[in-house]
Design a protein around this ligand. Sequence first.
Ligand SMILES: *Cc1c(COP(=O)(O)O)cnc(C)c1O
Length: 313
Amino acid sequence: MSDLLDLRIYKLDKEYHGNSLFICREDFIPFSFGGNKARKCYYFLQEILNEEPDYVVSYGSSSSNHCRIVANICAKYNIKCVIISPKEKSKETFNRDFMTLFGAKIIKSPVNEVSKTIDTVINELKSKGKKVYFIPGGGHNDIGTFSYVDFIRRLDEFKKKNKMTVDYIFFPSGTGTTHAGLIIGNSMYGNKSKVIGISIARKSDYGRRVILESISEYLKNNKLNIKIESKECIFIDDHIGGGYGEPVKGVYDIIDDVMKKYGVPMDPTYTGKAFWGMERYVTENLIEGKNILFIHTGGTPLFFDYLGKKREV
Ligand SMILES: *Cc1c(COP(=O)(O)O)cnc(C)c1O
């Protein structure tokens, strides 16, 4: 039987601006529409099952795939779930509908008071004698990082088995957890692919700093004696538009094209921005004759938000 987290890699196009294009369908991870948050949550779940908390508390906007999956896991294992959510990012979305369906309690807070609200909620629960398991927004900690270190181990096996090479890896980079994991994994497993994260929200200076911090924290906590140069962290911020969840010119066309040409759903917040960013990077840097891997990090419900909006226009 195949492993839940096996990599689902397919050739998408043998003529992609003179390259071969492969796609890793993280959205095919068979739980709650998959995605990188499903991969991360698989490892959080191992801890949750060990610790048997009364409550799982996490954080994210109404479009958060992470919160959907956390709420789904809690529903499955009958654990109470509290999601703290920024007031400013609370539009109606399918992910929010799912959180409600899964019975998560949503607490809205002004974005600048979020960490205070999280502390208050956790302290209140603890004072009532409840056991709480906290997952940072987006699964941004060492467990989240580990899930993509392990991704590279799996990629290494996949490449050997299929006698293939991967020259470039592109993906949407948000909190930087996935990005940090891929860079560490590259070093640990001697993987030579160039890892290029397309920022979906953060400017390069801040985004890179957070990724590099995640890397050094992971290496320190796991006592790994690996040297990672900061130049290995390639974080492109040309496609963030107005920031998280804000559209960028060109992305809608890319989403429509990718759906028509490849039958793959993407969304304007994450994968659409990244695919667009990859397209620009490959053409502007005249990359040719290479094997390119795009990691489809999930977000299928956001694709349907997008499709629904099109109907209204
Ligand atoms: C969260 C998310 C990302 C960003 O992942 P990080 O590890 O936070 O950088 C990318 N794509 C999708 C679909 C996501 O839900």
